[in-house]
Ligand binder design. Structure first.
Ligand code: GLA
Length: 626
């Protein structure tokens, strides 16, 4: 059987030196019908290996569920990598960062939630709420390690049987992720935790080399690994200098940049990040010329489909955009970019590269859609709502066992309450009084209070988790309303709260949306648009649906100019969030979702003047720094 080892100087494949030239491609960010295409394009770039993280929460939405089918069929993904003649690297976490919801850690994992599950459903607030973070996470904690043992036992057998040592593609497996960057853990506990992960990994039959990866500085590299595990480093520039730093911590064996950042991720409200092809090419050239191995992060970024995006919070909460294009060599829709050609030319200097560039896709079909069916969210709450919890203090989303998305809270206010002040809102709440708009609480904007109309009534808060933090000490923090909710004269009590299954809206609301045409507003707007058949303006939160005919199987780019914020589905598949904040102005619609006749559905949280949407010829990821 083949072997893969870490030699004195090099990686050794079947005993011969092997330079790993790899690219990151997350199966969970790409439609499964497109996996083969993206893997093939990666090979045409000159790569010999594909690396993927495994997002634990993608497979385990609840503690007793584990799904390895369809989009989650990692075994099939690895088989496609092998079929293309490529090797594989697997990074199963348990924590992955990756700008993914919670860094891949399931929200049900965090001790507070575990405790609550053990106690049965409960109410009341936890003492550590406002501090953020969660004790036990990424530590040598029995409950955490026990859950990892179960996760590995469900996941790793499929990796074990695809190891190079059994004739499969998998060359090596990572333990943890940039653990040196995780604060607050004493050194001896760090080592004990990592050793336990190694033991749990080996227990599942993983016999290929294990490694760690850390940011390329002394502090991270010295804290993130174990003497007995091979160390790799993550960086996107100054290759020669960074390899020298890595060498100080990994005195023998091959040097590898496990994440060569050839682009960067985007956050809502910021510019679209790009790096020049020349810069990436120059740094890659230095790496390969030094004989180092590399994993391009990313070769193809893909999309945070559904509600899967993570967030950063270093003082200001910044959720990641739906697009994870990453300015990678293969664009979000899999097209080779200028960077692809620049990196391919560099790789060709050091290794054989197939003499066949990937196909350049043409423009996408352009289609206008009128969203002529609608329903106010308030009118369909019973169809979307999970069980209602009544409690004195406002629960968190985690208390409601709502691990992502939305929940609806309500409480009674009196005329002299005057102002609403929340300890924290994670991450946004649209506030109404007896159905009339009051305003918005917003964590990113540090907006934690609102004046109230001077009348008594039922206050509702539509609370949105915009993505769980994926990096740093806030991993594992609870979502929803956190801390006391007060008015001018008291703490608000008598709460009712329920999770909303908004992500399943197309199925749950199939018959509930009504034609908007014929209303007086519709007639007025139609007139303003020269008699066009246009439905009434959009006042959210509300659902909107329209149908459109187009080219089945073709990629599309949905542009929602004039809309504000919300979610978009095509044929019942949640594409992700849209936001007028930008930078991204288009949502990618993978071709496999598209039929001859299609349904577009939106949840608009705020408003739009005209209920029209457009599919445009090309993506628009927004303004860059320049
Ligand atoms: C680090 C992490 C990755 C990713 C990148 C930034 O290197 O290890 O998961 O978050 O940063 O894209």
């Amino acid at each position: 059987m083949p072997t893969f080892e870490i030699g004195e100087r090099d990686f050794l494949l079947d005993g011969r030196p092997f330079q790993v030239i790899s690219g990151a491609l997350h199966y969970f960010r790409v439609h499964p019908d497109q996996w083969a295409d993206r893997i093939r394009s990666a090979r045409l770039l000159g790569l010999n290996t594909i690396e993927t993280y495994v997002a634990w929460n993608f497979h385990a939405p609840e503690p007793d569920e584990f799904d390895l089918t369809g989009r989650r069929d990692l075994g099939r993904f690895l088989d496609l990598v092998a079929a293309e003649g490529l090797h594989a690297i697997v990074r199963p976490g348990p924590y992955i960062c990756a700008e993914w919801d919670g860094g891949g850690l399931p929200a049900w994992l965090f001790p507070s939630a575990l405790r609550q599950a053990q106690d049965g459903a409960g109410s009341g607030r936890r003492a550590d709420d406002s501090a953020g973070g969660a004790a036990g996470v990424r530590r040598h904690d029995p409950a955490f390690l026990d859950a990892i043992g179960t996760y590995y036992a469900r996941l790793l057998p499929l990796v074990a049987k695809r190891q190079v040592t059994t004739g499969g593609p998998v060359l090596m497996v990572q333990v943890e992720n940039e653990y040196g960057a995780y604060p607050g853990v004493p050194d001896d506990e760090r080592a004990a935790y990592l050793r336990e992960l190694v033991r749990l990994t080996r227990e599942q039959g993983i016999d290929v080399p294990l490694f760690t990866s850390d940011q390329a500085d002394d502090e991270h590299l010295s804290r993130g690994g174990l003497p007995e595990l091979h160390k790799t480093a993550n960086f996107g520039s100054r290759s020669t200098e960074r390899l020298a730093v890595l060498r100080r911590h990994q005195p023998t064996g091959p040097l590898m940049c496990m994440e060569f950042w050839d682009g960067w991720f985007d956050s809502w409200g910021q510019v679209h990040h790009v790096t020049t092809p020349d810069q990436a090419a120059g740094d890659l050239d230095d790496l390969l010329a030094a004989g180092a191995s590399v994993n391009l992060y990313m070769v193809h970024g893909g999309t945070n489909l559904g509600l899967t995006n993570g967030a950063n919070d270093k003082g200001t909460y910044l959720p990641i955009t739906t697009s994870y294009d990453y300015d990678a060599p293969l664009s979000e829709h899999g097209a080779p970019t200028a960077k692809f050609h620049a990196l391919r030319a560099v790789i060709a200097k050091h290794a054989p590269v197939p003499d066949e560039p990937p196909a350049e896709p043409g423009p996408a079909p352009e289609v206008d859609v009128v969203l002529d069916h609608r329903a106010a969210l308030a009118d369909v709450v019973p169809l979307l709502s999970g069980p209602v919890t009544a409690s004195d203090a406002a629960p968190t989303l985690d208390d409601l066992r709502q691990w992502s998305g939305f929940a609806l809270y309500s409480a009674r206010v009196e005329a002299d309450d005057e102002v609403l002040v929340v300890g924290e809102v994670r991450d946004r709440a649209i506030v109404a009084l007896d159905g009339d708009p009051v305003g918005v609480l917003d964590r990113s904007a540090h907006l934690y209070s609102l004046p109230l109309p001077r009348r008594a009534g039922t206050l509702t808060l539509l609370v949105e988790d915009r993505g769980r933090v994926n990096y740093g000490p806030r991993i594992g923090e609870p979502k929803g309303l956190v801390g006391a909710v007060r008015t001018a004269r008291r703490e608000l009590t008598g709460w009712r709260a329920a999770p909303l299954r908004v992500e399943d809206a197309p199925a749950l609301l199939a018959g509930a949306l009504r034609p908007a045409d014929g209303s007086p507003e519709a007639a007025a707007v139609a007139e303003a648009h020269g008699g066009d058949a246009v439905a009434a303006p959009v006042a959210g939160p509300s659902f909107h649906r329209g149908t459109f005919d187009t080219v089945a199987g073709a990629d599309h780019f949905l542009r929602l100019d004039g809309w504000t914020r919300g979610l978009a589905w095509v044929n019942g598949e949640l594409l992700g969030r849209y936001s007028s904040q930008g930078p991204t102005a288009t949502l990618y619609v993978p071709g496999p979702l598209v039929r001859d006749t299609n349904e577009l559905m939106l949840l608009e949280l705020h408003g739009a003047a005209v209920p029209r949407a457009r599919f445009v010829a090309a993506p628009d990821l927004g303004p860059t720094e320049e």
